[in-house]
Design a binder for this molecule. Structure first.
Ligand code: NI
Length: 254
């Protein structure tokens, strides 16, 4: 079993060949896809996509879109969260690399969505870029911190350990296959595999073999292969354990 725990297949970059892309994923051994829909303007399109077999979905407001978020978006999010195939709230978080939305608005929108996730008993998918210190401080304030994953982790091994101790999983994606990604390779090899999820974040972050091209879920096997190698276990073992991690976090009846 292979789960790509983070795809954006509703993205316009797949409009021309979405069916073929999904087929290639399932043909290459991927068994389940988690579609991540984090722009309110795209939620309906993603919801439609998630009606397919073996596709689940997460809804949220990305920090990039935080400034544009309207009151009605939060109400709609609450109704989408209880959907049959909705597994999480996300991706939500802080992005101080691009700063597309003012930081105080990013924080406000993030915290509000943590509240929605808690109210509906759903895990969260967290996007965090150049904001790990603040993210840790913020999450530590919660007596019952949310359950979830730090998606596409790009922090240090020390930060990874803090998140793992708080109960979060760490999402490993394409950059782990890049020759110069020593920091991420260290995280993938030192953090116990029971704390890792495998993802593509397609259409972004294609693994080394396809670097510069559009990423797609079939390429998640490259991420798995690299992770298995770093862990010194078989590809099948890495696939089985990380898929189990994903099932335990996201597919348990709440
Ligand atoms: Ni993403």
């Amino acid at each position: 079993m292979i789960i790509d725990t983070h795809v954006h297949l509703s993205d316009a970059k797949f409009d021309a060949d979405r069916d073929e892309t999904v087929k290639r994923a399932f043909d290459s051994g991927v068994t389940v896809l988690f579609e991540i829909s984090c722009d309110p303007l795209e939620w309906d399109k993603a919801l439609e996509f998630s009606k397919r077999d073996n596709v689940y979905i997460s809804f949220g407001i990305h920090p990039h879109e935080a400034e544009k978020a309207k009151e009605e978006d939060f109400f709609k999010l609450e109704s989408l969260i209880d959907g049959k195939k909705t597994i999480a709230v996300g991706e939500i978080g802080l992005d101080y690399h691009y700063d597309f939305s003012p930081r105080h608005i990013q924080r406000e929108v993030f915290i509000r969505q943590l509240g929605i996730a808690a109210k509906h008993n759903k895990p969260v998918i967290i996007h965090c870029r150049s904001a790990y210190e603040e993210m840790i401080t913020l999450l530590k304030k919660y007596e019952n911190p949310p359950k979830g994953v730090i998606h596409c982790f790009s922090g240090t091994i020390d930060e990874a350990k803090v998140f793992a101790e708080m109960g979060f999983l760490l999402g490993i994606c394409g950059p782990v296959t890049y020759p110069k990604s020593d920091k991420l390779k260290q995280v993938a090899s030192e953090i116990p595999i029971e704390k890792l999820l495998i993802e593509t974040d397609c259409p972004y972050l294609a693994p080394q073999k396809y670097r510069g091209q559009r990423n797609e879920p079939a390429y998640v096997t490259e991420v798995l292969r690299q992770t298995a190698e770093l862990k010194n276990i078989s590809f099948e073992e890495a696939a089985r354990i990380t898929a189990n991690n994903a099932k335990e976090l996201f597919l348990q009846p709440s």
